[in-house]
Design a protein around this ligand. Sequence first.
Ligand code: FVH
Length: 287
Amino acid sequence: MSVLGLGAMGKALAGAFLDRGHPTTVWNRTAGRADALVARGARRADTPAEAMAASPVTVVCLLDDAAVRETLGPAAGALAGRALVNLTNGTPEQARAMAGWAAGQGVDYVDGGIMAVPPMIGQDGALILYSGSREAFGAHERTLGALGSAVYLDEDPGRAALYDLALLSAMYGMFGGFFHALAMTGSEKVPAAEFTPMVVGWLNAMIAGLPAMAAAIDSGDHSAADSNVEMQAVSYVNLLDASRAQGVGTELVEPMGALLHRAVAEGLGAGAVSSLVGLLRTDPARR
Ligand code: FVH
């Protein structure tokens, strides 16, 4: 196994391969970041091409797509006949473009999304999503299993990035609501640690309702509304007014209020909030 990129995540990935006994070659732009892994038994490569030539499969985990292109471009020849697993965060379009570039080099390409933070890598609970070459994933699935639960999604190389970014969007939505909630209670000097257990309990209660919302979204039937859109649009104004009165900025929560009011204006007021998903889809061809 070869690993390109030894930032916080790349170090964790290379460390997990070493922990499972896989011979591991590592490269990083700033060479000194490889020292601790070399001390644990990794082989240091001086160039990306040398790292890639050392193994049948290379995992790349760099800051972004531009860094990947900058790193792989000059080393393209070293990859022919090998597999490339790109775990760098990126868009579906970037993943598809990389797959096209890799195909031109005779490389089997797998794109991936890491649903874990570095300390979780190699532990229960780490989920890594993959898409792209089914053959390459199958050939290296056991080795990739060192990183966490390996889930293959689709031959479309963009699918893992789509799921990754969608899951991050759910996470940031939760963070945004949490941060706003703490700013509100903090405006009255309630300690965050005191209020947070109540947030956790409330969010867990709401999470239990997500599968029913998903069923409504798939069927298009939003009629089962114990908490209809119009009622929520009215009470949401209180959330915004109270925030302003408490000296709390509303930038994290205003968009949801605007969407609720648009739903009412478009005649969806009597139904469930699951109808809001349809309002977000701006491309008629993708509805
Ligand atoms: N850390 C996390 O919590 C998340 C979890 C989910 C997945 N993400 C994604 O993983 C990619 C790498 O993230 P990271 O945490 O390792 O990031 P850094 O610690 O900032 O390390 C960045 C590495 O990228 C190298 N690098 C940056 N620009 C270039 C370039 N132009 N050419 C070559 N290498 C480049 C950097 O090298 P250096 O600064 O040490 O020389 C690091 O190795 C990322 O896509 C996350 O979104 C992490």
